[in-house]
Design a protein around this ligand. Sequence first.
Ligand SMILES: CC(C)(COP(=O)(O)OP(=O)(O)OC[C@H]1O[C@@H](n2cnc3c(N)ncnc32)[C@H](O)[C@@H]1OP(=O)(O)O)[C@@H](O)C(=O)NCCC(=O)NCCS
Length: 186
Amino acid sequence: MHRPDWPLRTERLLLRPWEPNDLAAMHEIHRDPEMCRYLYNEPLSLHETRERLERKIATDAFRAEGDWMGCAVTLADTGELVADASLAWTSVEHRQGEIGFLVHPAHQGRGYATELSVPLLAFGFERVGLHRIVGRLEARNAGSARVLEKLGMRREAHLVENEWVKGEWQSELVYAMLAGEWSALR
Ligand SMILES: CC(C)(COP(=O)(O)OP(=O)(O)OC[C@H]1O[C@@H](n2cnc3c(N)ncnc32)[C@H](O)[C@@H]1OP(=O)(O)O)[C@@H](O)C(=O)NCCC(=O)NCCS
């Protein structure tokens, strides 16, 4: 099992496991149609957010292949929830991971997605020993692509109309970083 020494800290942010009383703030992120525009799901009802939160509360560590480790991201100085972030352990044999993030609409454009990703990548590469971490996104999601580029990830693939999502063919970008690239950047 791999479990971070919670909380993870950055200059402005604190990443910690999800808690039951995060429901209202988490729902602010997941109920917004604009937030879901390039995701697989539609905006969540409060009931769906509660179900998702209940699942996420247990995901504070990597226990087995396929686990998504979720974290609530708060402002270090006020405790306000600003993002929902996660890291997946997609393959034990191939030492692969995947990163994901959603930043509350009122807090976008301040560098938080980039900042919160750094301790997650550090955990994946340095503690878990992952060899490669990817970010996958709908090809029109320019903000997300920019975040992965700012982190130093490489655009590896542009899959054209590879998925039928929300009544249309969508395309997917895959960004990746290797452990050696992470070490060189650090
Ligand atoms: C994508 C997302 C996480 C970015 O969060 P954020 O905290 O605003 O990200 P950052 O501030 O760290 O960086 C955003 C960068 O994208 C740029 N950007 C944002 N929207 C853009 C757009 N429509 N076109 C081009 N660039 C864009 C910003 O200018 C910034 O780059 P800069 O620092 O060079 O100016 C946020 O918009 C979000 O939660 N979107 C909805 C959920 C989602 O799509 N998540 C990703 C799933 S793959």
